[in-house]
Design a protein around this ligand. Structure first.
Ligand SMILES: O=C(O)C1=C[C@@H](OP(=O)(O)O)[C@@H](O)[C@H](O)C1
Ligand SMILES: C=C(OP(=O)(O)O)C(=O)O
Length: 422
């Protein structure tokens, strides 16, 4: 029996339209954590409603945090953190990495588990760092899920050295909770470069907005002073990484797509999209918070270091597959630890359609070739589905396996995509 997928809409010509994307996953989940640890209630507007944020909300509620909703406002009321609790991380890196340092502040045992593939995602670095800061953790010696955090109601904190070359989330996790540790936290990274600098900047900026003192002046060192986290009402920015496939549609079809509400300044990695799409030969304008990308009808080959913006890579790979020469995406070895091994998944799926993609030690080489239709597998990875949708614009009879996986960060993706393309 052949597997059926979602028939990816084929572009009849240039794709043009306007898109409004919901709130940023990364800002939403940080805002939830910081509100849960704050000194009073916080009102959050524009919070993303998707699987990753709903898992974060459930995790915090199970620890004793109050979360209620009134229209478009979510109110987070901190409570005394307590176990026993069970936390389902799904496949969300922000839940599996950011919640254990919060659970460490709870009184009682908190058990973590998640999707089957979540058990493959590395956790040892953050669990080891928490142990070094005085927290009792049991992971059966695996450095992976499932694990339990046995809190006593407080964490000593202090100095810790870790290797965060595998994921910036190991550092962000300690930053977000560190102010609530008795001695704060003094984190040193020792290893190859930490990826995803914008996400580290996002953590630091959101802490400072809430009155927390963070010193990140020295490279590879972050010092968070102990103290309260101020409650703060927050309007969440749109998710610029989820805007990427829509803007890419303009680039590959020579069309024009506008994303509304583009922030003038942002710590999101998607803030680099205007530059990236310009490198592909598109023109980009920002007027009154509308970002418009216009494709030129030709996609220029690129050689890009994506180490800061790894989560954009699947969509960028899809654009590169239609370029006028070979492209190289570099600095993204850590994508092997994302929702799936994204380098292997992209290589396999493009090549199954007749493409010529090879993995590099730290990235991908993409040599454009005529592609044919077929089933594009997504490996429970929302961004593989986004990449497939971009490919399907220009390739007949492409089906996307498990389009519902886009619910991780954008449940509305199938309708929004069909609405834009048709
Ligand atoms: O802190 C965050 O919100 C994120 C950090 C990045 O993780 P890595 O540094 O592991 O790539 C990014 O890819 C992920 O989608 C979200
Ligand atoms: C890597 C990603 O997610 P996570 O937060 O689960 O790490 C992503 O969204 O591309």
């Amino acid at each position: 029996m052949s597997e059926q997928g979602w028939p990816a809409p084929r572009a009849e010509g240039a794709v043009s339209g306007r898109v409004t994307v919901p709130g940023s996953k990364s800002i939403s989940n940080r805002a939830l954590i910081l509100a849960a640890l704050a000194d009073g209630p916080s009102h959050l507007t524009g919070l993303l409603k998707a699987r990753d944020t709903s898992l974060m909300r459930s995790a915090l509620v199970s620890l004793g945090v109050g979360i209620s909703e009134n229209g478009t406002t979510v109110t987070v009321t901190p409570g005394s953190l307590k176990g026993p609790a069970d936390v389902d991380c799904g496949l969300a890196g922000t839940v599996m990495r950011f919640v254990p340092p919060v659970a460490a502040l709870a009184d009682g045992v908190v058990a973590f588990d998640g999707d089957e593939y979540a058990r493959e995602r590395p956790m040892g670095v953050i669990l080891g760092a928490l142990r070094a800061l005085g927290v009792q953790i049991d992971d059966g010696g695996t450095g992976r899920m499932p694990y339990t955090v046995s809190g006593t109601g407080s964490v000593r904190g202090g100095k810790v050295t870790l290797d965060a070359s595998g994921s910036s989330q190991f550092v962000s996790a300690l930053l977000l909770a560190g102010a609530r540790y008795d001695e704060g936290v003094d984190i040193r990274h020792d290893g190859k470069p930490v990826p995803s600098q914008p996400h580290l900047d996002m953590s630091v900026a959101m802490l400072r907005e809430r009155g927390v003192q963070v010193d990140d002046a020295e490279p590879n060192r972050w010092v968070v002073a102990p103290g309260p986290i101020q409650a703060r009402d927050t309007a969440i920015e749109p998710d610029l990484s989820n805007a990427a496939p829509f803007l890419a549609a303009a680039v590959v079809t020579g069309g024009s797509v506008t994303v509304t509400g583009w922030p003038a300044e942002t710590t999101q990695p998607g803030g680099q999209l205007p530059d990236i799409f310009t490198r592909f030969g598109a023109s980009v304008t920002l007027t009154d918070s509308d970002l418009t990308v216009r494709g030129s009808g030709r996609v220029a080959a690129v050689d890009l270091d994506l180490s800061e913006v790894g989560e954009l890579s699947p969509v960028i790979a899809a654009v590169a597959a239609f370029a006028d020469g070979p492209s190289y995406l570099r600095g993204i070895a850590h994508l092997r630890n994302h929702e799936t091994d994204r380098l292997a998944a992209l290589e396999t799926e493009f090549n199954a359609l007749g493409g010529d993609v090879t993995q590099l030690e730290d990235g991908l080489a993409i040599r454009p070739k005529p592609l044919h239709g077929g089933l594009f597998r997504t490996y429970a990875d929302h961004r593989m589905a986004h990449a497939a949708a971009v490919v399907g614009l220009l390739v007949d009879d492409l089906q996307i396996e498990n389009i519902a996986t886009t619910a991780k960060t954008l449940p509305e993706f199938p309708e929004m995509w069909s609405g834009l393309v048709s």
